[in-house]
Ligand binder design. Structure first.
Ligand SMILES: [Ca+2]
Ligand SMILES: [Ca+2]
Ligand SMILES: [Ca+2]
Ligand SMILES: [Ca+2]
Length: 194
């Protein structure tokens, strides 16, 4: 009895955000190093130089970099590494055509005065920056670009955290139960009677 009760309770709780494994990353314009470095889960040390082999770096405001999650996710958080003295725009999309601003990492928001700086939207993370946090969105594509700075731009990493949209969607019966106050055990009884 205890085991089945536990299962019923867990089933009503949304799955925890997980590190998303993107299917690819690409870039437009002229830049140095492979866009795959943005999603290789290697975060350069804070204070390291912007033009290291671990980073995608460029000059000018033309280049854009797009990450493909392979499917739509409820995107909940990001951990990002940028050169500290620039401003980077992060946009999201479900169709890779229409993009909406998700957050802007403005120069000076981090705590690093030289080189690469890590920024997190994960509450409680030592690198958390409240000014870049966002409400979860539905996204398959994430696009990053520089919008201001010293013309020496760099991305070391963009890690995404979320839940596959298909997995996050509760079944209709669960929605009704949550509206009634989230009593999954009672729900089980009602369903057996039906
Ligand atoms: Ca990396
Ligand atoms: Ca930082
Ligand atoms: Ca957050
Ligand atoms: Ca810079």
């Amino acid at each position: 009895m205890v085991a089945s009760t536990t299962v019923a309770l867990c089933a009503a709780i949304p799955a925890h955000a997980q590190l998303i494994a993107p299917t690819g990353a690409s870039g437009t314009g002229t830049f140095s190093n492979a866009p795959s470095l943005i999603i290789d889960n290697v975060i350069p040390a804070e204070g390291s130089v912007y033009n290291a082999a671990t980073n995608v770096f460029w000059s000018g405001l033309t280049p854009q970099f797009t990450i493909d999650y392979g499917q739509v996710y409820t995107l909940q958080d990001l951990v990002m590494s940028f050169d500290n003295n620039d401003t980077y725009l992060i946009e999201y999309s479900t169709d890779n055509v229409s993009f909406t601003t998700l957050t802007t990492v403005s120069l000076g928001l981090g705590e690093i005065g030289f080189g690469m700086d890590t920024f997190s939207t994960v509450l409680g993370d030592p690198e958390y920056v409240a000014g870049i946090d966002f409400v979860p969105v539905q996204a398959r594509y994430l696009r990053a670009s520089a919008t201001a700075g010293d013309n020496a731009y760099s991305i070391g990493e963009i890690q995404s955290f979320g839940v596959a949209a298909s997995a996050a969607a509760p079944e209709p019966g669960t929605i009704g139960l949550l509206a009634l106050g989230g009593l999954p055990i009672l729900g089980g009884v009602v369903r057996r009677r039906g």
